[in-house]
Design a protein around this ligand. Structure first.
Ligand code: ADP
Ligand code: GLC
Length: 482
């Protein structure tokens, strides 16, 4: 089975969020399970700066027929694992950041990712890799399906290619002015409601939803939620129409990369039943955030998050005073929205001995927080899958989450009487509901045998990629049969 994976970020090359973790792990596991997978992503400045060895596969490939049109180079990673190829177009990708700077999104993102998507199709031909399944992720790659349908129609190279579009986050749709169609070489007739038009704009994501043989999302619950007006971001009607072709497959964790027993970023390692190292991590984390270490009985709550409306930081800010009066400390690592950042900074000045804050993207500190915290807070407004709850489970840090999307699918409420469950959940998107769930967790924390059981259950969970990759394998097979 030949699979082409078209994605805008992947670890260890470039990352802004969970998509990179997925694209860095899933192709590797699929390869181990027997598929022939090639991953395509842009050659960002971030990738060049990592110093990972790359091999040039082609110096000058052209988007147009017979060598006409814009050109790019193609590189292959020599890192090992899955085969990863890079579309090299310095004018578009040799820039600071992947999609944006602190001033906001790059204004030519439409052109950048249309180029990338189209170049991936050209690269497949150059590599003579005619895929059985062409698997696109999010809006940045979804537009490739418009090229496949309109520019490659009738091309024998893609005659047997089926397509899968995975939605990692429906709120990011890649919306651009009508003029983008001509600019990126797609027919202007696509500016229609039953094609790519979306409330007066061109939607790149819609190309994925409309033209893919099948559509998937990253949890079962989210696949249902996005078919409702509340979570559908204006696309719920279309998604309901495609519901027979729509599934949800929960993301997994790459336990070779995320394991407190082997994680080199931690001041001490630990494993289930041998948790002394976790105490060392907690002390070090309090020190790192300059929080007092005088009260070990006080739970430490962690959070690692993009600072975006999706992630529920407004609830935390609202609940904060009350949370600290419950007797807990909080550390947050995040980067993103400037206004959320400012509100957090204000709160940090107000509660310096309870609230530790670090603004930035810091993989090492993230790992120290997963390990050194007792609880992990994820109050998302919506969450397609969420990986941070799965990482905290593995690190024995009990998640307190809002029951939405993949958070609801992966966390079961802890029941002290039965000794079952791996976290604490709340339903309503209110600071009261959040405080209530935290209160339950804090009370349980004070009952040592109960808390040990919750930690044990958390660490025993198995969210490895193998099962999810098998589900993708079955989905690919069913497409090839179509
Ligand atoms: P999303 O993709 O919506 O941001 P996920 O939970 O799927 O949410 O994945 C987030 C990923 O990004 C995790 O690997 C998490 O550790 C990482 N991450 C988020 N914010 C930061 C940050 N400020 N520093 C380091 N890692 C971060
Ligand atoms: C998106 C979602 C997140 C998911 C990730 C990987 O960024 O917000 O919930 O885990 O994609 O699929």
């Amino acid at each position: 089975m030949k699979i082409a994976f078209i994605v805008s970020e992947a670890t260890p090359y470039a990352k802004t969020g969970g998509l990179a973790d997925v694209a860095g792990a899933l192709p590797h596991v699929l390869s181990r399970q027997g598929a022939d997978v090639k991953v395509f992503m842009p050659l960002y400045r971030d990738v060049r700066q990592k110093g990972i060895p790359l091999l040039k596969k082609a110096d000058r490939l052209s988007l147009g027929e017979a060598g006409q049109g814009e050109t790019f180079a193609l590189w292959e990673s020599l890192e090992g694992g899955a085969s990863v190829y890079f579309i090299d177009k310095p004018a578009l990708f040799d820039r600071e950041g992947l999609y944006a700077t602190s001033a906001g999104d790059y204004p030519d993102n439409g052109r950048r990712f249309a180029f990338f998507s189209r170049a991936a199709l050209v690269a497949l031909k150059a590599l003579e890799f005619s895929p059985d399944v062409f698997h696109v992720h999010d809006w940045q790659a979804s537009i490739a399906l418009a090229y496949l349908k309109f520019a490659c129609a009738g091309d024998p190279f893609f005659r047997n290619t089926r397509t899968l579009a995975t939605i990692h986050n429906l709120a990011y749709q890649g919306l651009f002015d009508k003029s983008i169609l001509a600019e990126i070489g797609l027919p202007e007739t696509l500016f229609r409601m039953d094609e790519l038009e979306f409330f007066g704009k061109v939607s790149f994501l819609k190309a994925g939803i409309l033209y893919a043989t099948a559509v998937s999302t990253v949890s079962h619950r989210y696949s249902l939620e996005i078919q409702t007006p509340e979570f559908g971001c204006g696309l719920d009607g279309l998604l309901r129409r495609r519901s027979a072709a729509l599934t949800g497959i929960l993301n997994g964790v790459d336990y070779a990369a995320w394991d407190p027993a082997t994680d080199r970023c931690l001041p001490a390692n630990y494993a289930p039943g041998k948790l002394q190292g976790k105490d060392v991590c907690k002390k070090a984390l309090l020190a790192e955030f300059k929080l007092p270490a005088d009260k070990p009985e006080m739970p430490l709550v962690g959070m690692v998050s993009r600072l975006a409306g999706q992630k529920g930081l407004d609830l935390i800010l609202e609940a904060m005073g009350g949370l600290f009066s419950q007797g807990l400390r909080l550390v947050v690592l995040g980067a993103g929205d400037a206004r959320i950042q400012q509100s957090l900074e204000t709160a940090h000045r107000r509660f310096p001995s309870f609230f530790g804050l670090r603004i930035g993207f810091d993989e090492t500190l993230a790992r120290k927080i997963y390990a050194g915290s007792d609880m992990f807070l994820i109050p998302s407004r919506y969450e397609p899958c969420g990986l941070t709850q799965m990482y905290s489970l593995k690190y024995g840090t009990v998640p307190v989450v809002r029951a939405t999307g993949g958070l609801d699918d992966s966390i079961r409420e802890f029941d002290p009487a039965e000794g079952t469950g791996n976290g604490f959940k709340f339903a309503d998107y209110t600071s009261e509901a959040l405080s209530g769930a935290v209160k339950k967790a804090v009370r349980t924390f004070a009952q040592k045998p109960q808390w040990s059981k919750a930690v044990q259950n958390a660490m025993a969970g198995d969210f490895s990629w193998e099962r999810s990759a098998q589900e993708y394998g079955l989905l690919y097979k069913s497409l090839i049969g179509r």
